[in-house]
Design a protein around this ligand. Structure first.
Ligand code: OGA
Ligand code: MN
Length: 289
């Protein structure tokens, strides 16, 4: 392959990150203008592979925001810590502390979830940019809910057809822990929503599960215990290693994921004192159907 004097490949190179999902691209510099057709390739790679990691970036919040605006409309959460002057660009830090409880260390998203399923129109895409990443730990895991759905027995698919679930900030069930949040008023902002258990992706037309265990209060029309059992079974099915990609962060990764067909999980397993600092942009999504 030819390369420029800076050592970057002259042509961006895409490579799969795992057999089932995830693709990385090297040789793109988001400080400049993208080559003609490149945005369409990035968008398609994300739709095909659900997680897109643009490696080796050295960008500020304005460039991050401009990049993500190509993919959609950023959401503003004034109550979440953000970069000064950029309310769309929130931050996730190893220094985050629980504002509602004991003031202990807060790892955002440490259980399997999809972002904002308790909203009526949950987030379509989330992007994290790794400003500081730990040498060990702090991986983000992703589970492919298209493949998890496809792999279900026909009888289960039949059972799920037409089922709807109630999603909320703090479901009333045992074993999901308490809500830990960076946001003081997040409870007040959270009204329950009802979403299909199987949704069809608006861009790919593919069906996937749409689950987020710790935000699911129950299945509409089902006994509570039975609904919880079904949610637990679907979650256990979806997070089998064959459906999971575990992203080991490199500094300068800009990783974008599709909340409509994945669940993901943060790992707070890096040693105390080691820093992890991410900038984050969430893009608005549609009502799931
Ligand atoms: C998120 C999230 C995972 C991580 O930003 O929504 O779940 O690994 N983050 O920080
Ligand atoms: Mn998340």
């Amino acid at each position: 392959m030819s390369s420029t004097l800076t050592g970057r490949p002259a042509t961006p190179v895409f490579s799969d990150l795992s057999p089932r999902l995830g693709v990385a691209v090297e040789g793109i510099d988001l400080r400049g203008t993208l080559a003609p057709g490149m945005f369409a390739r990035l968008r398609q790679a994300l739709l095909d592979r659900q997680v897109l990691c643009i490696r080796g970036q050295d960008i500020g919040p304005a460039e991050f925001l401009a990049t993500m605006r190509m993919f959609g409309e950023p959401e503003i959460r004034p109550y979440i810590p953000h970069v000064e002057g950029f309310p769309e660009v929130t931050t996730i830090s190893s220094g985050d502390r629980d504002t509602q409880g004991d003031g202990g260390r807060l790892v955002v998203g440490a259980t399997w979830h999809t972002d904002d399923s308790f909203r009526s129109a949950p987030s379509a895409l989330t992007a994290l940019y790794g400003v500081e990443v730990p040498e060990v730990g702090g991986d983000t895991e992703f589970a492919n809910l298209y493949d998890a759905y496809d792999a279900l027995p026909e009888a289960t698919k039949h059972r799920l057809a037409g089922l709807k679930a109630v999603h909320m900030m703090k479901p009333d069930r045992e074993g999901i822990g308490r809500v830990r949040s960076l946001a003081p008023d997040v409870r007040a902002a959270a009204v329950p929503s009802v979403h299909p258990v199987v949704r069809t992706h608006p861009d790919t037309g593919r069906r996937s599960l749409y689950i987020s265990r710790n935000r699911m209060d129950g299945i509409v029309g089902m006994d509570r215990a039975e609904g919880h059992r079904l949610i637990d079974e679907l979650t256990a099915h979806a997070i089998q290693p064959r459906f999971v990609y575990r992203h080991k962060w490199r500094k300068g990764d800009l990783t974008i994921w599709d909340n409509r067909c994945l669940i993901h999980k943060a790992n707070g397993d890096y040693p105390e004192g080691m820093r992890r600092f991410m900038r984050r942009i969430i893009l608005l999504g549609d009502v799931p159907v």
